[in-house]
Design a protein around this ligand. Structure first.
Ligand code: GDP
Length: 422
Protein backbone atom coordinates (compact mmCIF):
# COMPACT_ATOMS: atom_id res chain seq x y z
CA UNK A 1 0.00 0.00 0.00
CA UNK A 2 1.30 3.46 -0.92
CA UNK A 3 0.35 6.15 1.55
CA UNK A 4 0.79 9.92 1.40
CA UNK A 5 0.96 11.73 4.69
CA UNK A 6 0.22 15.46 4.68
CA UNK A 7 0.01 18.30 7.15
CA UNK A 8 -3.48 19.81 7.19
CA UNK A 9 -2.74 23.20 8.70
CA UNK A 10 0.29 25.51 8.46
CA UNK A 11 2.93 22.89 9.14
CA UNK A 12 4.41 21.72 12.47
CA UNK A 13 1.44 19.41 12.98
CA UNK A 14 3.68 16.76 14.48
CA UNK A 15 4.06 14.88 11.21
CA UNK A 16 7.53 13.71 12.21
CA UNK A 17 6.17 11.56 14.99
CA UNK A 18 3.32 10.08 12.93
CA UNK A 19 5.72 9.37 10.04
CA UNK A 20 8.02 7.66 12.49
CA UNK A 21 5.16 5.49 13.77
CA UNK A 22 3.95 4.62 10.25
CA UNK A 23 7.48 3.99 8.98
CA UNK A 24 7.51 0.77 10.93
CA UNK A 25 5.10 -0.72 8.40
CA UNK A 26 6.68 0.84 5.30
CA UNK A 27 9.50 -0.47 3.13
CA UNK A 28 10.27 2.91 1.55
CA UNK A 29 9.96 6.34 3.13
CA UNK A 30 10.18 9.26 0.72
CA UNK A 31 10.31 13.05 1.05
CA UNK A 32 8.65 14.76 -1.92
CA UNK A 33 8.87 18.54 -1.57
CA UNK A 34 10.33 21.42 0.40
CA UNK A 35 13.84 21.74 1.66
CA UNK A 36 15.56 22.30 4.94
CA UNK A 37 12.88 24.80 5.89
CA UNK A 38 11.08 21.74 7.26
CA UNK A 39 12.01 20.18 10.55
CA UNK A 40 10.64 16.89 11.77
CA UNK A 41 11.20 16.01 15.39
CA UNK A 42 11.27 12.37 16.43
CA UNK A 43 11.74 11.23 20.00
CA UNK A 44 13.17 7.75 20.49
CA UNK A 45 13.62 6.86 24.14
CA UNK A 46 15.64 9.66 25.67
CA UNK A 47 17.01 10.90 22.38
CA UNK A 48 15.48 13.62 20.20
CA UNK A 49 16.31 13.68 16.50
CA UNK A 50 15.54 16.62 14.25
CA UNK A 51 15.54 15.98 10.51
CA UNK A 52 15.45 18.70 7.92
CA UNK A 53 16.05 16.70 4.76
CA UNK A 54 16.47 13.01 5.44
CA UNK A 55 13.18 11.14 5.91
CA UNK A 56 12.74 10.32 9.58
CA UNK A 57 12.13 6.69 8.58
CA UNK A 58 15.93 6.40 8.58
CA UNK A 59 15.69 5.64 12.31
CA UNK A 60 14.07 2.30 11.48
CA UNK A 61 16.70 -0.24 10.45
CA UNK A 62 16.20 -1.71 7.00
CA UNK A 63 13.88 0.97 5.62
CA UNK A 64 14.92 2.56 2.34
CA UNK A 65 14.75 6.34 2.59
CA UNK A 66 14.66 8.60 -0.46
CA UNK A 67 14.87 12.29 -1.08
CA UNK A 68 12.65 12.71 -4.12
CA UNK A 69 13.13 14.98 -7.12
CA UNK A 70 10.65 17.51 -5.70
CA UNK A 71 12.92 18.37 -2.78
CA UNK A 72 15.52 21.13 -2.96
CA UNK A 73 18.74 20.23 -1.21
CA UNK A 74 21.24 22.37 0.64
CA UNK A 75 24.23 20.03 0.37
CA UNK A 76 25.91 21.40 3.49
CA UNK A 77 22.80 20.64 5.56
CA UNK A 78 22.55 17.16 4.06
CA UNK A 79 26.22 16.52 4.79
CA UNK A 80 25.72 17.51 8.43
CA UNK A 81 22.63 15.31 8.78
CA UNK A 82 24.50 12.31 7.41
CA UNK A 83 27.39 13.01 9.79
CA UNK A 84 24.93 13.19 12.68
CA UNK A 85 23.48 9.79 11.73
CA UNK A 86 26.97 8.35 11.59
CA UNK A 87 27.77 9.83 14.98
CA UNK A 88 24.69 8.16 16.44
CA UNK A 89 25.63 4.80 14.97
CA UNK A 90 22.72 4.68 12.53
CA UNK A 91 23.65 2.64 9.51
CA UNK A 92 22.23 4.23 6.36
CA UNK A 93 24.85 3.53 3.67
CA UNK A 94 22.84 1.03 1.63
CA UNK A 95 19.40 2.42 2.26
CA UNK A 96 19.65 6.12 1.65
CA UNK A 97 18.93 7.47 -1.86
CA UNK A 98 18.86 10.92 -3.44
CA UNK A 99 17.10 11.65 -6.71
CA UNK A 100 19.39 12.61 -9.59
CA UNK A 101 16.77 15.24 -10.43
CA UNK A 102 16.62 17.03 -7.07
CA UNK A 103 17.70 20.66 -7.36
CA UNK A 104 20.57 22.09 -5.35
CA UNK A 105 20.44 25.16 -3.20
CA UNK A 106 23.41 27.30 -4.18
CA UNK A 107 25.08 29.99 -2.05
CA UNK A 108 23.50 32.73 -4.20
CA UNK A 109 20.02 31.36 -3.47
CA UNK A 110 20.50 31.87 0.25
CA UNK A 111 21.79 35.41 -0.12
CA UNK A 112 19.05 36.31 -2.55
CA UNK A 113 16.36 34.97 -0.21
CA UNK A 114 17.56 37.19 2.61
CA UNK A 115 18.22 40.25 0.47
CA UNK A 116 14.80 40.04 -1.15
CA UNK A 117 13.05 39.76 2.19
CA UNK A 118 14.82 42.86 3.50
CA UNK A 119 13.63 44.81 0.45
CA UNK A 120 10.00 43.68 0.80
CA UNK A 121 7.49 46.02 2.39
CA UNK A 122 5.23 43.09 3.29
CA UNK A 123 7.57 40.43 4.65
CA UNK A 124 6.73 36.84 3.73
CA UNK A 125 8.47 35.46 6.80
CA UNK A 126 10.83 33.28 4.78
CA UNK A 127 13.32 31.12 6.66
CA UNK A 128 15.98 32.66 4.39
CA UNK A 129 17.50 29.34 3.42
CA UNK A 130 17.41 29.84 -0.32
CA UNK A 131 14.48 27.53 -0.91
CA UNK A 132 12.26 30.01 -2.79
CA UNK A 133 15.04 31.22 -5.13
CA UNK A 134 16.09 27.61 -5.77
CA UNK A 135 12.57 26.64 -6.85
CA UNK A 136 12.41 29.85 -8.92
CA UNK A 137 15.56 28.79 -10.81
CA UNK A 138 14.05 25.35 -11.33
CA UNK A 139 11.05 26.95 -13.03
CA UNK A 140 13.33 29.42 -14.87
CA UNK A 141 15.17 26.37 -16.21
CA UNK A 142 18.56 27.44 -14.92
CA UNK A 143 18.67 25.25 -11.80
CA UNK A 144 21.52 22.89 -10.95
CA UNK A 145 20.61 19.33 -10.06
CA UNK A 146 22.20 16.50 -8.12
CA UNK A 147 23.08 14.67 -11.34
CA UNK A 148 25.10 17.70 -12.49
CA UNK A 149 27.50 17.25 -9.59
CA UNK A 150 28.53 13.93 -11.13
CA UNK A 151 29.51 15.58 -14.41
CA UNK A 152 32.08 18.36 -13.76
CA UNK A 153 31.93 19.68 -17.31
CA UNK A 154 28.18 20.22 -17.29
CA UNK A 155 28.27 21.55 -13.76
CA UNK A 156 30.96 24.06 -14.67
CA UNK A 157 28.96 25.30 -17.67
CA UNK A 158 25.76 25.69 -15.70
CA UNK A 159 27.45 27.41 -12.80
CA UNK A 160 29.27 29.85 -15.10
CA UNK A 161 26.03 30.67 -16.88
CA UNK A 162 24.27 31.29 -13.59
CA UNK A 163 27.00 33.45 -12.12
CA UNK A 164 27.24 35.55 -15.24
CA UNK A 165 23.67 36.69 -14.81
CA UNK A 166 23.40 36.52 -11.03
CA UNK A 167 26.57 38.40 -10.18
CA UNK A 168 25.34 41.29 -12.25
CA UNK A 169 21.99 41.31 -10.46
CA UNK A 170 23.69 41.06 -7.08
CA UNK A 171 25.95 44.01 -7.85
CA UNK A 172 23.40 46.25 -9.51
CA UNK A 173 20.29 45.58 -7.46
CA UNK A 174 21.65 44.62 -4.06
CA UNK A 175 25.11 46.25 -3.96
CA UNK A 176 26.52 42.81 -3.16
CA UNK A 177 30.02 41.90 -4.47
CA UNK A 178 28.84 38.69 -6.17
CA UNK A 179 30.21 35.12 -6.06
CA UNK A 180 33.48 33.47 -6.99
CA UNK A 181 33.18 30.63 -9.52
CA UNK A 182 36.15 28.55 -8.36
CA UNK A 183 35.13 28.53 -4.75
CA UNK A 184 31.60 27.26 -5.41
CA UNK A 185 32.76 24.89 -8.14
CA UNK A 186 35.29 23.15 -5.90
CA UNK A 187 33.04 23.06 -2.88
CA UNK A 188 30.10 21.53 -4.80
CA UNK A 189 32.22 18.92 -6.56
CA UNK A 190 33.31 17.82 -3.09
CA UNK A 191 29.65 17.39 -2.16
CA UNK A 192 29.21 15.39 -5.35
CA UNK A 193 31.94 12.98 -4.26
CA UNK A 194 30.36 12.67 -0.86
CA UNK A 195 26.87 11.89 -2.17
CA UNK A 196 27.90 9.89 -5.24
CA UNK A 197 26.87 6.52 -3.84
CA UNK A 198 23.41 7.71 -2.90
CA UNK A 199 22.44 9.59 -6.06
CA UNK A 200 20.21 7.51 -8.34
CA UNK A 201 17.01 7.42 -10.38
CA UNK A 202 14.64 7.18 -7.42
CA UNK A 203 11.55 7.19 -9.68
CA UNK A 204 12.83 3.99 -11.27
CA UNK A 205 13.54 2.52 -7.87
CA UNK A 206 10.11 3.38 -6.46
CA UNK A 207 8.15 2.35 -9.55
CA UNK A 208 10.03 -0.91 -9.63
CA UNK A 209 8.27 -1.91 -6.43
CA UNK A 210 5.04 -3.82 -6.48
CA UNK A 211 2.53 -1.99 -4.28
CA UNK A 212 0.96 -5.30 -3.30
CA UNK A 213 4.22 -6.45 -1.89
CA UNK A 214 5.96 -3.35 -0.67
CA UNK A 215 4.71 -0.25 1.06
CA UNK A 216 5.78 3.28 0.28
CA UNK A 217 5.21 6.11 2.71
CA UNK A 218 5.39 9.54 1.11
CA UNK A 219 5.99 12.21 3.68
CA UNK A 220 4.88 15.76 3.11
CA UNK A 221 6.67 18.66 4.71
CA UNK A 222 5.08 21.96 5.77
CA UNK A 223 1.28 21.93 5.50
CA UNK A 224 -1.67 22.41 3.16
CA UNK A 225 -2.03 26.13 3.90
CA UNK A 226 1.61 26.70 3.04
CA UNK A 227 1.11 25.08 -0.37
CA UNK A 228 2.19 27.36 -3.23
CA UNK A 229 -1.23 27.07 -4.91
CA UNK A 230 -3.73 26.40 -2.18
CA UNK A 231 -2.09 28.09 0.80
CA UNK A 232 -2.52 31.60 2.14
CA UNK A 233 -0.50 33.08 -0.72
CA UNK A 234 1.95 34.87 -0.60
CA UNK A 235 2.61 33.66 2.96
CA UNK A 236 3.36 30.18 1.71
CA UNK A 237 6.25 27.93 0.86
CA UNK A 238 7.51 27.55 -2.72
CA UNK A 239 6.42 23.98 -3.35
CA UNK A 240 3.33 21.77 -3.49
CA UNK A 241 2.80 20.63 0.07
CA UNK A 242 -0.56 19.02 -0.74
CA UNK A 243 -0.88 15.33 -1.60
CA UNK A 244 -0.70 16.02 -5.35
CA UNK A 245 2.89 17.12 -4.80
CA UNK A 246 3.73 13.55 -3.84
CA UNK A 247 3.33 12.40 -7.45
CA UNK A 248 5.21 15.31 -9.00
CA UNK A 249 7.92 15.14 -6.39
CA UNK A 250 8.66 11.43 -6.71
CA UNK A 251 7.52 10.21 -10.11
CA UNK A 252 5.02 7.83 -8.55
CA UNK A 253 1.88 8.15 -10.71
CA UNK A 254 -1.47 9.17 -9.09
CA UNK A 255 -3.02 5.77 -9.82
CA UNK A 256 -0.50 4.18 -7.47
CA UNK A 257 -1.48 6.26 -4.44
CA UNK A 258 -3.75 4.14 -2.27
CA UNK A 259 -4.49 6.42 0.67
CA UNK A 260 -3.91 9.91 2.05
CA UNK A 261 -3.60 10.42 5.79
CA UNK A 262 -3.93 13.95 7.14
CA UNK A 263 -2.15 15.09 10.27
CA UNK A 264 -3.53 17.98 12.28
CA UNK A 265 -3.02 19.36 15.71
CA UNK A 266 -5.95 19.39 18.13
CA UNK A 267 -5.58 23.19 17.90
CA UNK A 268 -3.93 25.40 15.27
CA UNK A 269 -0.53 27.06 14.96
CA UNK A 270 1.28 29.01 12.32
CA UNK A 271 4.74 30.46 12.07
CA UNK A 272 5.55 33.75 10.39
CA UNK A 273 3.21 36.25 8.83
CA UNK A 274 -0.19 35.80 7.22
CA UNK A 275 -3.88 35.49 8.06
CA UNK A 276 -4.91 33.28 11.00
CA UNK A 277 -8.61 33.66 11.88
CA UNK A 278 -8.65 31.58 15.09
CA UNK A 279 -5.51 33.07 16.63
CA UNK A 280 -5.63 33.39 20.44
CA UNK A 281 -5.29 36.73 22.17
CA UNK A 282 -1.85 37.65 23.45
CA UNK A 283 -1.94 36.26 27.02
CA UNK A 284 -3.70 32.99 26.28
CA UNK A 285 -1.57 32.68 23.15
CA UNK A 286 1.60 32.89 25.22
CA UNK A 287 0.22 30.43 27.77
CA UNK A 288 -0.59 27.86 25.05
CA UNK A 289 2.69 28.45 23.22
CA UNK A 290 4.62 27.59 26.38
CA UNK A 291 2.31 24.68 27.22
CA UNK A 292 2.65 23.21 23.74
CA UNK A 293 6.31 24.18 23.35
CA UNK A 294 5.36 25.88 20.11
CA UNK A 295 8.74 27.04 18.88
CA UNK A 296 10.05 26.08 15.42
CA UNK A 297 12.27 22.99 15.18
CA UNK A 298 14.24 24.63 12.38
CA UNK A 299 14.33 28.28 13.30
CA UNK A 300 13.33 28.41 16.99
CA UNK A 301 10.75 31.02 16.01
CA UNK A 302 7.74 31.28 18.32
CA UNK A 303 4.60 29.90 16.68
CA UNK A 304 1.30 31.75 16.77
CA UNK A 305 -1.41 29.62 18.40
CA UNK A 306 -5.19 29.43 18.05
CA UNK A 307 -8.27 27.21 18.32
CA UNK A 308 -8.93 24.36 15.94
CA UNK A 309 -10.17 25.75 12.64
CA UNK A 310 -12.54 23.27 10.99
CA UNK A 311 -12.98 25.57 7.98
CA UNK A 312 -9.38 25.16 6.90
CA UNK A 313 -9.22 21.52 8.01
CA UNK A 314 -12.29 20.68 5.91
CA UNK A 315 -10.72 22.37 2.91
CA UNK A 316 -7.62 20.31 3.58
CA UNK A 317 -9.59 17.06 3.58
CA UNK A 318 -11.01 18.02 0.19
CA UNK A 319 -7.77 19.20 -1.43
CA UNK A 320 -5.73 16.24 -0.31
CA UNK A 321 -8.32 13.48 -0.58
CA UNK A 322 -7.86 12.62 3.08
CA UNK A 323 -9.74 9.59 4.35
CA UNK A 324 -7.95 9.16 7.67
CA UNK A 325 -6.91 11.65 10.30
CA UNK A 326 -4.13 11.66 12.88
CA UNK A 327 -4.85 14.22 15.60
CA UNK A 328 -1.75 15.29 17.46
CA UNK A 329 -0.98 17.17 20.67
CA UNK A 330 -4.34 16.33 22.25
CA UNK A 331 -2.52 16.43 25.59
CA UNK A 332 -1.84 20.15 25.20
CA UNK A 333 -5.57 20.84 25.50
CA UNK A 334 -5.67 18.93 28.84
CA UNK A 335 -6.63 21.01 31.85
CA UNK A 336 -8.58 23.72 29.99
CA UNK A 337 -12.02 24.55 31.29
CA UNK A 338 -13.47 25.06 27.84
CA UNK A 339 -12.29 24.27 24.34
CA UNK A 340 -13.49 25.80 21.10
CA UNK A 341 -13.76 24.68 17.50
CA UNK A 342 -14.20 27.18 14.70
CA UNK A 343 -17.03 25.81 12.54
CA UNK A 344 -17.46 28.77 10.15
CA UNK A 345 -16.42 32.39 9.66
CA UNK A 346 -18.48 35.52 9.72
CA UNK A 347 -17.68 38.37 7.35
CA UNK A 348 -19.84 41.50 6.87
CA UNK A 349 -22.73 39.73 8.58
CA UNK A 350 -22.53 36.70 6.29
CA UNK A 351 -21.79 33.15 7.39
CA UNK A 352 -18.89 31.62 5.47
CA UNK A 353 -18.46 27.88 5.54
CA UNK A 354 -15.79 27.43 2.89
CA UNK A 355 -12.24 28.71 2.95
CA UNK A 356 -12.31 32.18 1.34
CA UNK A 357 -9.73 33.00 -1.31
CA UNK A 358 -10.25 36.74 -0.99
CA UNK A 359 -7.38 37.93 1.14
CA UNK A 360 -9.25 40.73 2.84
CA UNK A 361 -12.13 38.46 3.70
CA UNK A 362 -9.77 35.91 5.21
CA UNK A 363 -7.94 38.59 7.16
CA UNK A 364 -11.08 40.10 8.59
CA UNK A 365 -13.17 36.93 8.98
CA UNK A 366 -14.39 36.38 12.53
CA UNK A 367 -14.51 32.79 13.68
CA UNK A 368 -17.83 31.25 14.70
CA UNK A 369 -17.10 28.86 17.54
CA UNK A 370 -18.67 25.77 18.93
CA UNK A 371 -17.74 25.69 22.60
CA UNK A 372 -17.24 22.40 24.37
CA UNK A 373 -16.39 21.34 27.92
CA UNK A 374 -12.70 20.76 28.60
CA UNK A 375 -11.15 17.80 30.39
CA UNK A 376 -8.65 17.36 33.20
CA UNK A 377 -5.05 16.37 32.88
CA UNK A 378 -4.99 12.77 31.72
CA UNK A 379 -1.40 11.86 32.47
CA UNK A 380 0.47 9.20 30.55
CA UNK A 381 -1.59 6.19 31.64
CA UNK A 382 -4.02 6.53 28.77
CA UNK A 383 -3.29 3.97 26.08
CA UNK A 384 -6.68 3.30 24.50
CA UNK A 385 -9.36 5.55 23.07
CA UNK A 386 -11.86 4.52 25.72
CA UNK A 387 -9.48 5.58 28.47
CA UNK A 388 -9.59 9.16 27.21
CA UNK A 389 -11.82 11.44 29.27
CA UNK A 390 -15.40 11.48 27.86
CA UNK A 391 -15.09 15.20 27.07
CA UNK A 392 -11.90 14.57 25.10
CA UNK A 393 -13.68 11.81 23.20
CA UNK A 394 -16.61 14.15 22.53
CA UNK A 395 -14.17 16.74 21.17
CA UNK A 396 -12.62 14.19 18.82
CA UNK A 397 -16.05 12.95 17.74
CA UNK A 398 -16.98 16.53 16.86
CA UNK A 399 -13.82 16.94 14.77
CA UNK A 400 -14.56 13.70 12.98
CA UNK A 401 -18.11 14.83 12.24
CA UNK A 402 -17.03 18.25 10.98
CA UNK A 403 -14.24 16.94 8.80
CA UNK A 404 -16.03 13.88 7.47
CA UNK A 405 -12.93 11.73 7.78
CA UNK A 406 -12.10 8.98 10.21
CA UNK A 407 -9.72 9.60 13.10
CA UNK A 408 -7.44 6.59 13.21
CA UNK A 409 -4.65 7.96 15.41
CA UNK A 410 -4.56 10.30 18.38
CA UNK A 411 -1.25 11.49 19.73
CA UNK A 412 -1.04 12.47 23.38
CA UNK A 413 2.69 12.98 23.82
CA UNK A 414 5.88 13.22 21.82
CA UNK A 415 7.09 9.65 22.36
CA UNK A 416 6.25 6.69 20.13
CA UNK A 417 4.25 5.01 22.87
CA UNK A 418 1.94 8.00 23.42
CA UNK A 419 -0.08 7.14 20.34
CA UNK A 420 -3.62 5.81 20.43
CA UNK A 421 -4.70 3.75 17.44
CA UNK A 422 -8.40 3.60 16.74
P1 GDP B 1 6.32 18.46 12.01
O1 GDP B 1 7.11 19.46 11.26
O2 GDP B 1 4.91 18.41 11.53
O3 GDP B 1 6.96 17.12 12.09
O4 GDP B 1 6.21 19.01 13.49
P2 GDP B 1 7.41 19.25 14.50
O5 GDP B 1 8.21 18.02 14.59
O6 GDP B 1 8.13 20.50 14.18
O7 GDP B 1 6.61 19.58 15.81
C1 GDP B 1 6.10 18.66 16.55
C2 GDP B 1 6.63 18.78 17.95
O8 GDP B 1 5.62 18.32 18.80
C3 GDP B 1 7.83 17.91 18.23
O9 GDP B 1 8.60 18.48 19.24
C4 GDP B 1 7.20 16.59 18.71
O10 GDP B 1 8.05 15.82 19.52
C5 GDP B 1 6.02 17.12 19.45
N1 GDP B 1 4.84 16.27 19.44
C6 GDP B 1 4.34 15.52 18.41
N2 GDP B 1 3.18 14.96 18.78
C7 GDP B 1 2.94 15.36 20.06
C8 GDP B 1 1.88 15.14 20.97
O11 GDP B 1 0.91 14.45 20.71
N3 GDP B 1 1.97 15.77 22.20
C9 GDP B 1 3.03 16.55 22.53
N4 GDP B 1 3.01 17.12 23.73
N5 GDP B 1 4.04 16.78 21.70
C10 GDP B 1 3.99 16.20 20.48
Amino acid sequence: MNIVLVGMQWGDEGKGKIIDVLSEKADYVVRYQGGNNAGHTVVVGEKEYIFHLIPSGILHPGKICCIGNGVVIDPEVLKKELQELEKNGIDFKNRFKISTLAHLIMPYHKNLDQLRETKRKNKIGTTGRGIGPCYADKINRCGIRMVDLLNPRIFSEKLKDNLKEKNEIFKKVYAHPGFNFQKIYRQYLEYGKLFKNYICNTALLLNGTDSKESDILLEGAQGTFLDIDFGTYPFVTSSSATSGGACIGTGIPPVRIDKVIGVCKAYTTRVGEGPFPTEFGEDFGKFMRDKGNEFGATTGRPRRCGWFDAVIARESVMLNGISELAITKMDILDGLEKVKICVAYKYKGKLIKNFPHDFEMLNKAKPVYKEMAGWPNQGDKVITFNQLHPNARAYLAELQKLLKAKITMVSIGSSRKSTIFI
